[in-house]
Design a protein around this ligand. Structure first.
Ligand code: PLP
Length: 448
Protein backbone atom coordinates (compact mmCIF):
# COMPACT_ATOMS: atom_id res chain seq x y z
CA UNK A 1 0.00 0.00 0.00
CA UNK A 2 1.30 3.49 -0.90
CA UNK A 3 2.65 5.48 2.00
CA UNK A 4 0.58 8.73 2.36
CA UNK A 5 3.79 10.48 3.42
CA UNK A 6 5.16 10.02 -0.13
CA UNK A 7 2.36 12.18 -1.53
CA UNK A 8 3.81 15.64 -2.37
CA UNK A 9 0.74 17.13 -0.68
CA UNK A 10 1.36 15.36 2.61
CA UNK A 11 1.83 17.94 5.37
CA UNK A 12 3.09 16.55 8.68
CA UNK A 13 1.52 19.52 10.53
CA UNK A 14 -1.94 18.83 9.09
CA UNK A 15 -2.13 15.04 8.98
CA UNK A 16 -5.68 13.63 8.80
CA UNK A 17 -4.46 10.50 10.63
CA UNK A 18 -2.91 12.55 13.39
CA UNK A 19 -4.82 15.79 14.05
CA UNK A 20 -3.13 18.04 16.58
CA UNK A 21 -4.82 19.26 19.74
CA UNK A 22 -4.29 23.02 20.22
CA UNK A 23 -3.97 23.94 23.88
CA UNK A 24 -4.95 27.18 25.60
CA UNK A 25 -1.46 27.36 27.14
CA UNK A 26 0.05 27.58 23.64
CA UNK A 27 -2.33 30.40 22.72
CA UNK A 28 -1.34 32.23 25.91
CA UNK A 29 2.35 31.74 25.05
CA UNK A 30 1.66 33.08 21.54
CA UNK A 31 -0.04 36.14 22.96
CA UNK A 32 3.00 36.89 25.19
CA UNK A 33 5.41 36.19 22.33
CA UNK A 34 3.61 38.57 20.03
CA UNK A 35 3.45 41.65 22.24
CA UNK A 36 4.69 44.48 20.02
CA UNK A 37 4.84 42.17 16.98
CA UNK A 38 1.25 42.59 15.80
CA UNK A 39 -1.24 45.35 16.56
CA UNK A 40 -3.46 44.89 19.60
CA UNK A 41 -6.58 46.04 17.78
CA UNK A 42 -9.30 48.04 19.48
CA UNK A 43 -12.77 46.72 20.25
CA UNK A 44 -15.07 49.73 20.54
CA UNK A 45 -18.86 49.82 20.95
CA UNK A 46 -20.62 50.01 17.58
CA UNK A 47 -23.08 52.75 16.61
CA UNK A 48 -25.29 50.02 15.14
CA UNK A 49 -25.98 48.66 18.67
CA UNK A 50 -29.27 50.50 19.12
CA UNK A 51 -30.71 49.54 15.74
CA UNK A 52 -29.78 45.91 16.29
CA UNK A 53 -31.11 45.91 19.84
CA UNK A 54 -27.92 44.73 21.53
CA UNK A 55 -24.71 46.01 23.00
CA UNK A 56 -22.44 45.42 20.01
CA UNK A 57 -18.64 45.67 19.97
CA UNK A 58 -16.41 45.29 16.95
CA UNK A 59 -12.95 43.72 17.20
CA UNK A 60 -11.24 45.70 14.47
CA UNK A 61 -8.75 43.27 12.95
CA UNK A 62 -8.82 45.18 9.66
CA UNK A 63 -6.47 47.61 11.41
CA UNK A 64 -3.53 45.18 11.21
CA UNK A 65 -0.83 46.44 8.81
CA UNK A 66 -1.95 44.15 5.97
CA UNK A 67 -5.59 44.77 6.80
CA UNK A 68 -6.50 41.42 8.33
CA UNK A 69 -6.06 39.08 11.31
CA UNK A 70 -3.95 36.50 9.42
CA UNK A 71 -0.83 38.31 10.57
CA UNK A 72 -1.26 36.84 14.02
CA UNK A 73 -1.04 33.20 12.96
CA UNK A 74 1.76 33.87 10.51
CA UNK A 75 3.84 35.92 12.94
CA UNK A 76 3.52 33.26 15.63
CA UNK A 77 4.53 30.51 13.20
CA UNK A 78 7.54 32.44 11.90
CA UNK A 79 8.73 33.27 15.41
CA UNK A 80 8.63 29.58 16.34
CA UNK A 81 10.78 28.39 13.41
CA UNK A 82 14.12 26.77 14.23
CA UNK A 83 17.21 28.75 13.20
CA UNK A 84 17.83 26.23 10.45
CA UNK A 85 14.28 26.56 9.12
CA UNK A 86 14.57 30.35 9.21
CA UNK A 87 17.49 29.97 6.78
CA UNK A 88 15.57 27.76 4.32
CA UNK A 89 12.47 29.91 4.58
CA UNK A 90 8.73 29.45 4.21
CA UNK A 91 6.33 28.91 1.35
CA UNK A 92 2.58 28.89 0.88
CA UNK A 93 -0.09 28.98 -1.81
CA UNK A 94 -2.50 31.86 -1.31
CA UNK A 95 -3.94 34.69 -3.33
CA UNK A 96 -5.54 36.34 -0.36
CA UNK A 97 -4.88 37.69 3.09
CA UNK A 98 -2.66 34.82 4.21
CA UNK A 99 -0.22 35.46 1.33
CA UNK A 100 0.02 39.17 2.12
CA UNK A 101 0.48 38.43 5.83
CA UNK A 102 3.23 35.91 5.03
CA UNK A 103 5.29 38.18 2.77
CA UNK A 104 4.95 41.17 5.11
CA UNK A 105 5.94 39.29 8.26
CA UNK A 106 8.66 37.20 6.63
CA UNK A 107 10.22 40.36 5.18
CA UNK A 108 10.09 41.98 8.65
CA UNK A 109 11.88 38.99 10.19
CA UNK A 110 14.32 38.54 7.28
CA UNK A 111 13.04 35.05 6.52
CA UNK A 112 13.02 33.95 2.84
CA UNK A 113 9.43 33.61 1.65
CA UNK A 114 7.73 32.43 -1.52
CA UNK A 115 4.01 32.75 -2.20
CA UNK A 116 2.51 30.81 -5.09
CA UNK A 117 -0.62 32.15 -6.76
CA UNK A 118 -2.56 30.76 -9.72
CA UNK A 119 -1.62 32.28 -13.11
CA UNK A 120 -4.97 34.07 -13.31
CA UNK A 121 -4.64 35.80 -9.90
CA UNK A 122 -5.97 39.36 -9.85
CA UNK A 123 -3.28 42.01 -10.25
CA UNK A 124 -4.46 43.72 -7.05
CA UNK A 125 -3.81 40.51 -5.10
CA UNK A 126 -0.35 40.07 -6.59
CA UNK A 127 0.59 43.67 -5.83
CA UNK A 128 -0.83 43.37 -2.30
CA UNK A 129 1.47 40.42 -1.54
CA UNK A 130 4.66 41.75 -3.13
CA UNK A 131 7.27 42.95 -0.60
CA UNK A 132 10.97 43.55 -0.92
CA UNK A 133 12.75 40.33 0.06
CA UNK A 134 9.70 38.09 -0.50
CA UNK A 135 8.69 36.53 -3.82
CA UNK A 136 5.35 35.96 -5.48
CA UNK A 137 5.32 33.29 -8.16
CA UNK A 138 2.45 32.55 -10.54
CA UNK A 139 1.85 28.86 -11.25
CA UNK A 140 -1.10 26.66 -12.19
CA UNK A 141 -4.62 27.22 -13.44
CA UNK A 142 -6.23 27.27 -10.01
CA UNK A 143 -5.46 27.20 -6.29
CA UNK A 144 -5.27 23.40 -6.20
CA UNK A 145 -2.49 23.42 -8.81
CA UNK A 146 -0.72 26.33 -7.11
CA UNK A 147 -0.83 24.48 -3.80
CA UNK A 148 0.52 21.25 -5.26
CA UNK A 149 3.40 23.17 -6.82
CA UNK A 150 4.12 25.01 -3.56
CA UNK A 151 4.16 21.79 -1.56
CA UNK A 152 6.45 20.05 -4.05
CA UNK A 153 8.80 23.06 -4.01
CA UNK A 154 8.73 23.05 -0.20
CA UNK A 155 10.04 19.48 -0.16
CA UNK A 156 12.68 20.14 -2.83
CA UNK A 157 14.02 23.30 -1.22
CA UNK A 158 13.48 22.33 2.43
CA UNK A 159 11.20 25.32 2.89
CA UNK A 160 8.36 24.97 5.38
CA UNK A 161 4.87 24.95 3.85
CA UNK A 162 2.63 27.08 6.09
CA UNK A 163 -1.02 26.13 5.80
CA UNK A 164 -2.83 29.42 6.38
CA UNK A 165 -5.82 27.96 8.17
CA UNK A 166 -4.64 24.70 9.66
CA UNK A 167 -1.07 24.87 10.90
CA UNK A 168 -1.27 24.49 14.72
CA UNK A 169 0.94 27.56 15.29
CA UNK A 170 -1.37 29.54 13.00
CA UNK A 171 -4.41 28.48 15.04
CA UNK A 172 -2.59 29.50 18.25
CA UNK A 173 -1.79 32.92 16.77
CA UNK A 174 -5.41 33.54 15.76
CA UNK A 175 -6.50 32.46 19.25
CA UNK A 176 -4.78 35.51 20.74
CA UNK A 177 -7.81 37.49 19.52
CA UNK A 178 -9.94 35.52 22.01
CA UNK A 179 -7.65 36.46 24.89
CA UNK A 180 -7.69 40.14 23.88
CA UNK A 181 -11.48 40.20 23.60
CA UNK A 182 -11.86 38.97 27.18
CA UNK A 183 -9.28 41.48 28.42
CA UNK A 184 -11.08 44.29 26.60
CA UNK A 185 -14.62 43.20 27.48
CA UNK A 186 -14.58 40.77 30.42
CA UNK A 187 -18.40 40.64 30.64
CA UNK A 188 -19.02 39.70 26.99
CA UNK A 189 -21.94 37.27 26.50
CA UNK A 190 -21.26 36.07 22.94
CA UNK A 191 -18.59 36.26 20.24
CA UNK A 192 -19.36 35.92 16.51
CA UNK A 193 -16.46 34.66 14.38
CA UNK A 194 -16.19 34.30 10.57
CA UNK A 195 -15.23 30.79 9.48
CA UNK A 196 -13.34 29.76 6.33
CA UNK A 197 -10.82 26.96 6.90
CA UNK A 198 -11.50 27.43 10.60
CA UNK A 199 -8.25 28.71 12.21
CA UNK A 200 -9.82 31.93 13.49
CA UNK A 201 -12.89 30.19 14.88
CA UNK A 202 -10.96 27.30 16.44
CA UNK A 203 -8.34 29.58 18.02
CA UNK A 204 -10.86 32.06 19.43
CA UNK A 205 -13.15 29.28 20.69
CA UNK A 206 -10.30 27.46 22.47
CA UNK A 207 -9.18 30.67 24.24
CA UNK A 208 -12.65 31.87 25.20
CA UNK A 209 -14.05 28.54 26.34
CA UNK A 210 -10.97 28.06 28.53
CA UNK A 211 -11.11 31.48 30.16
CA UNK A 212 -14.88 32.06 30.38
CA UNK A 213 -16.80 28.93 29.36
CA UNK A 214 -20.23 30.57 29.69
CA UNK A 215 -19.41 32.94 26.79
CA UNK A 216 -21.16 31.71 23.67
CA UNK A 217 -19.00 31.33 20.56
CA UNK A 218 -20.68 31.23 17.15
CA UNK A 219 -19.10 30.47 13.79
CA UNK A 220 -20.48 32.27 10.74
CA UNK A 221 -20.35 31.15 7.11
CA UNK A 222 -22.26 32.30 4.02
CA UNK A 223 -24.67 30.10 2.06
CA UNK A 224 -22.01 29.79 -0.67
CA UNK A 225 -19.07 28.94 1.58
CA UNK A 226 -20.58 26.64 4.21
CA UNK A 227 -17.97 23.87 4.14
CA UNK A 228 -17.67 23.79 7.96
CA UNK A 229 -21.42 23.43 8.49
CA UNK A 230 -21.64 20.66 5.91
CA UNK A 231 -18.62 18.88 7.41
CA UNK A 232 -20.03 19.10 10.94
CA UNK A 233 -23.37 17.74 9.71
CA UNK A 234 -21.65 14.71 8.18
CA UNK A 235 -19.00 14.47 10.87
CA UNK A 236 -16.26 14.43 8.22
CA UNK A 237 -14.37 17.05 6.22
CA UNK A 238 -16.38 17.07 2.99
CA UNK A 239 -15.34 18.80 -0.26
CA UNK A 240 -17.71 21.68 -1.05
CA UNK A 241 -17.53 23.08 -4.59
CA UNK A 242 -17.51 26.89 -4.39
CA UNK A 243 -18.09 29.07 -7.43
CA UNK A 244 -17.50 32.56 -6.16
CA UNK A 245 -18.45 34.48 -3.06
CA UNK A 246 -18.67 38.03 -1.84
CA UNK A 247 -16.80 36.67 1.20
CA UNK A 248 -13.87 35.26 -0.79
CA UNK A 249 -11.74 34.92 2.35
CA UNK A 250 -14.15 32.20 3.51
CA UNK A 251 -14.12 30.28 0.24
CA UNK A 252 -12.35 27.10 1.39
CA UNK A 253 -13.46 23.84 -0.26
CA UNK A 254 -12.33 21.58 2.56
CA UNK A 255 -11.86 22.79 6.12
CA UNK A 256 -8.68 22.07 8.06
CA UNK A 257 -7.78 18.78 9.71
CA UNK A 258 -6.75 20.42 12.97
CA UNK A 259 -9.44 23.10 12.96
CA UNK A 260 -12.22 20.52 12.44
CA UNK A 261 -10.78 18.33 15.18
CA UNK A 262 -10.42 21.21 17.66
CA UNK A 263 -13.66 23.10 17.18
CA UNK A 264 -16.03 20.09 17.04
CA UNK A 265 -18.15 20.22 20.19
CA UNK A 266 -16.55 23.49 21.32
CA UNK A 267 -18.39 26.07 19.23
CA UNK A 268 -21.97 26.67 20.42
CA UNK A 269 -23.50 26.94 16.99
CA UNK A 270 -22.63 27.43 13.32
CA UNK A 271 -24.82 29.92 11.48
CA UNK A 272 -25.14 30.39 7.73
CA UNK A 273 -26.08 33.81 6.38
CA UNK A 274 -27.20 34.56 2.83
CA UNK A 275 -24.77 36.57 0.68
CA UNK A 276 -27.32 39.37 0.10
CA UNK A 277 -27.04 40.18 3.76
CA UNK A 278 -23.26 40.36 3.53
CA UNK A 279 -23.57 43.11 0.88
CA UNK A 280 -26.01 44.96 3.12
CA UNK A 281 -23.67 44.59 6.10
CA UNK A 282 -20.72 46.03 4.13
CA UNK A 283 -22.93 48.99 3.18
CA UNK A 284 -24.25 49.61 6.70
CA UNK A 285 -20.81 49.40 8.26
CA UNK A 286 -19.61 52.08 5.81
CA UNK A 287 -22.65 54.27 6.41
CA UNK A 288 -22.96 53.87 10.15
CA UNK A 289 -19.52 52.96 11.50
CA UNK A 290 -17.52 54.79 8.80
CA UNK A 291 -15.08 52.05 7.90
CA UNK A 292 -14.59 49.77 4.93
CA UNK A 293 -14.59 46.01 5.47
CA UNK A 294 -14.42 42.99 3.20
CA UNK A 295 -17.16 40.37 2.81
CA UNK A 296 -15.44 37.77 5.02
CA UNK A 297 -15.13 40.38 7.76
CA UNK A 298 -18.76 41.40 7.48
CA UNK A 299 -20.52 38.06 8.00
CA UNK A 300 -21.05 38.51 11.75
CA UNK A 301 -22.76 41.86 11.28
CA UNK A 302 -24.73 40.35 8.38
CA UNK A 303 -26.00 37.51 10.57
CA UNK A 304 -27.13 39.96 13.25
CA UNK A 305 -28.86 42.17 10.67
CA UNK A 306 -30.55 39.11 9.16
CA UNK A 307 -32.14 38.37 12.52
CA UNK A 308 -30.33 35.06 13.00
CA UNK A 309 -29.64 35.75 16.68
CA UNK A 310 -32.92 36.58 18.43
CA UNK A 311 -31.36 35.00 21.55
CA UNK A 312 -28.78 37.79 21.76
CA UNK A 313 -31.23 40.71 22.16
CA UNK A 314 -30.01 43.04 24.89
CA UNK A 315 -26.76 41.06 25.31
CA UNK A 316 -23.15 42.15 25.10
CA UNK A 317 -21.84 40.80 21.80
CA UNK A 318 -18.47 41.03 20.01
CA UNK A 319 -18.21 40.50 16.25
CA UNK A 320 -14.74 39.87 14.90
CA UNK A 321 -14.31 42.14 11.88
CA UNK A 322 -11.54 40.01 10.45
CA UNK A 323 -10.45 42.01 7.41
CA UNK A 324 -10.82 45.12 5.30
CA UNK A 325 -9.23 44.09 2.00
CA UNK A 326 -11.92 44.59 -0.57
CA UNK A 327 -11.06 45.70 -4.10
CA UNK A 328 -12.84 48.73 -5.45
CA UNK A 329 -14.89 46.82 -8.04
CA UNK A 330 -16.24 44.35 -5.49
CA UNK A 331 -16.84 47.18 -3.03
CA UNK A 332 -18.86 49.13 -5.62
CA UNK A 333 -20.91 46.03 -6.46
CA UNK A 334 -21.51 45.26 -2.80
CA UNK A 335 -22.84 48.78 -2.21
CA UNK A 336 -25.16 48.57 -5.22
CA UNK A 337 -26.44 45.12 -4.26
CA UNK A 338 -26.92 46.26 -0.70
CA UNK A 339 -28.91 49.26 -1.87
CA UNK A 340 -31.01 47.13 -4.23
CA UNK A 341 -31.72 44.61 -1.45
CA UNK A 342 -33.04 47.44 0.70
CA UNK A 343 -35.26 48.94 -1.99
CA UNK A 344 -32.96 51.93 -2.42
CA UNK A 345 -32.05 51.12 -6.03
CA UNK A 346 -35.09 50.48 -8.19
CA UNK A 347 -35.18 49.22 -11.76
CA UNK A 348 -38.21 49.65 -14.03
CA UNK A 349 -39.31 49.96 -17.64
CA UNK A 350 -41.83 52.56 -18.65
CA UNK A 351 -43.32 53.58 -21.96
CA UNK A 352 -43.55 57.37 -22.36
CA UNK A 353 -44.37 59.81 -25.14
CA UNK A 354 -41.50 60.28 -27.64
CA UNK A 355 -42.69 63.79 -28.46
CA UNK A 356 -40.96 66.89 -27.06
CA UNK A 357 -41.47 67.10 -23.30
CA UNK A 358 -42.15 63.36 -22.73
CA UNK A 359 -38.86 62.68 -20.98
CA UNK A 360 -38.93 66.05 -19.21
CA UNK A 361 -42.29 65.08 -17.73
CA UNK A 362 -40.91 61.80 -16.35
CA UNK A 363 -37.84 63.55 -14.90
CA UNK A 364 -40.03 66.23 -13.34
CA UNK A 365 -42.20 63.59 -11.70
CA UNK A 366 -39.16 61.84 -10.21
CA UNK A 367 -37.70 65.13 -9.00
CA UNK A 368 -41.08 66.06 -7.52
CA UNK A 369 -40.93 63.16 -5.07
CA UNK A 370 -37.17 63.46 -4.40
CA UNK A 371 -36.13 60.35 -6.36
CA UNK A 372 -32.67 60.44 -8.02
CA UNK A 373 -32.39 59.25 -11.61
CA UNK A 374 -29.27 57.04 -11.86
CA UNK A 375 -29.61 55.67 -15.38
CA UNK A 376 -32.07 55.97 -18.24
CA UNK A 377 -31.75 54.07 -21.57
CA UNK A 378 -34.24 54.45 -24.47
CA UNK A 379 -35.46 51.47 -26.51
CA UNK A 380 -37.25 52.28 -29.77
CA UNK A 381 -36.73 49.10 -31.77
CA UNK A 382 -38.57 45.81 -31.08
CA UNK A 383 -41.07 47.41 -28.71
CA UNK A 384 -44.82 46.92 -28.90
CA UNK A 385 -45.86 50.32 -27.56
CA UNK A 386 -47.72 52.99 -29.56
CA UNK A 387 -45.69 54.25 -32.54
CA UNK A 388 -44.98 57.65 -30.95
CA UNK A 389 -43.98 56.14 -27.63
CA UNK A 390 -40.53 55.14 -26.46
CA UNK A 391 -39.67 52.63 -23.77
CA UNK A 392 -37.13 53.69 -21.15
CA UNK A 393 -35.18 51.37 -18.88
CA UNK A 394 -34.74 53.39 -15.71
CA UNK A 395 -32.65 52.94 -12.56
CA UNK A 396 -33.51 55.24 -9.65
CA UNK A 397 -32.22 55.79 -6.15
CA UNK A 398 -34.74 56.17 -3.32
CA UNK A 399 -34.57 56.51 0.45
CA UNK A 400 -35.95 52.99 1.03
CA UNK A 401 -39.07 50.87 0.67
CA UNK A 402 -41.62 53.58 1.63
CA UNK A 403 -40.09 55.99 -0.85
CA UNK A 404 -40.01 53.25 -3.49
CA UNK A 405 -43.72 52.66 -2.93
CA UNK A 406 -44.31 56.36 -3.55
CA UNK A 407 -42.38 56.04 -6.83
CA UNK A 408 -44.37 52.96 -7.89
CA UNK A 409 -47.65 54.82 -7.17
CA UNK A 410 -46.60 57.88 -9.20
CA UNK A 411 -45.56 55.79 -12.21
CA UNK A 412 -48.75 53.69 -12.01
CA UNK A 413 -50.88 56.83 -11.90
CA UNK A 414 -49.27 58.54 -14.91
CA UNK A 415 -48.41 55.73 -17.29
CA UNK A 416 -50.21 52.76 -18.80
CA UNK A 417 -47.27 50.50 -19.66
CA UNK A 418 -44.64 49.93 -17.00
CA UNK A 419 -42.82 47.05 -15.37
CA UNK A 420 -40.99 47.12 -12.04
CA UNK A 421 -38.23 44.53 -11.71
CA UNK A 422 -36.73 42.78 -8.70
CA UNK A 423 -39.00 44.37 -6.13
CA UNK A 424 -39.12 41.14 -4.20
CA UNK A 425 -39.89 42.58 -0.80
CA UNK A 426 -42.91 44.71 -1.54
CA UNK A 427 -43.61 47.23 1.23
CA UNK A 428 -47.27 46.25 1.49
CA UNK A 429 -46.34 42.63 2.14
CA UNK A 430 -43.71 43.20 4.79
CA UNK A 431 -43.93 45.49 7.77
CA UNK A 432 -40.17 45.12 8.36
CA UNK A 433 -39.23 46.08 4.79
CA UNK A 434 -37.76 49.45 5.68
CA UNK A 435 -34.33 50.95 5.30
CA UNK A 436 -31.89 49.84 7.95
CA UNK A 437 -31.11 46.55 9.62
CA UNK A 438 -34.26 44.50 9.54
CA UNK A 439 -35.37 40.98 10.27
CA UNK A 440 -35.68 38.35 7.59
CA UNK A 441 -36.91 34.77 7.65
CA UNK A 442 -34.32 32.61 9.31
CA UNK A 443 -32.08 30.88 6.72
CA UNK A 444 -29.92 28.04 7.95
CA UNK A 445 -28.78 27.58 11.51
CA UNK A 446 -27.11 24.55 12.92
CA UNK A 447 -26.81 23.43 16.51
CA UNK A 448 -23.50 21.99 17.61
C1 PLP B 1 -10.82 38.48 6.26
C2 PLP B 1 -10.93 37.04 6.56
N1 PLP B 1 -11.81 36.65 7.47
C3 PLP B 1 -11.96 35.35 7.80
C4 PLP B 1 -11.18 34.38 7.20
C5 PLP B 1 -11.38 32.94 7.59
O1 PLP B 1 -10.33 32.50 8.36
P1 PLP B 1 -10.08 30.96 8.56
O2 PLP B 1 -9.67 30.41 7.24
O3 PLP B 1 -9.04 30.87 9.59
O4 PLP B 1 -11.37 30.37 9.00
C6 PLP B 1 -10.22 34.75 6.25
C7 PLP B 1 -9.37 33.76 5.60
O5 PLP B 1 -8.56 34.06 4.77
C8 PLP B 1 -10.10 36.11 5.92
O6 PLP B 1 -9.18 36.53 5.01
Amino acid sequence: MANPKDDPEYDEWCDPDNPRKVKYEDILAASRRMVGQVIRTQCPRAHMSEKLGLDLYMKQEFLQVTGNFKERGVRNTLMLLSDEQKKYGVISASSGNHGAAMTYNAAKLNIPCLIVMPEQAAIAKIVNAERPGAKVLLHGKNMAEAKRFAMTTAKEKKMMYVNGYDHPNVIEGQGTIGIEILEQLPTVDAVLVPCGGGSLLAGVAIAIKHLKPDTEVYGIETDKTCSMVESLKKNERIFLPIDSSIADGLAVNRVGVNTFFNLKGLVDKMVVVKEDWVARAIMHVVEEEKFVIEGAGAVGVAALMAGLFPNLKGKKVVVVISGGNIDTTTFGRALERGMAAEGRLVKFKVSISDRPGGLAELCGMLAGIGVTLRDCVPERVCVKEAIFNVQFKVICETRGWDHTKELVDVIKKHYKDYLFQDINEHPEKSSTAKRGPCLAPNPVCMQK
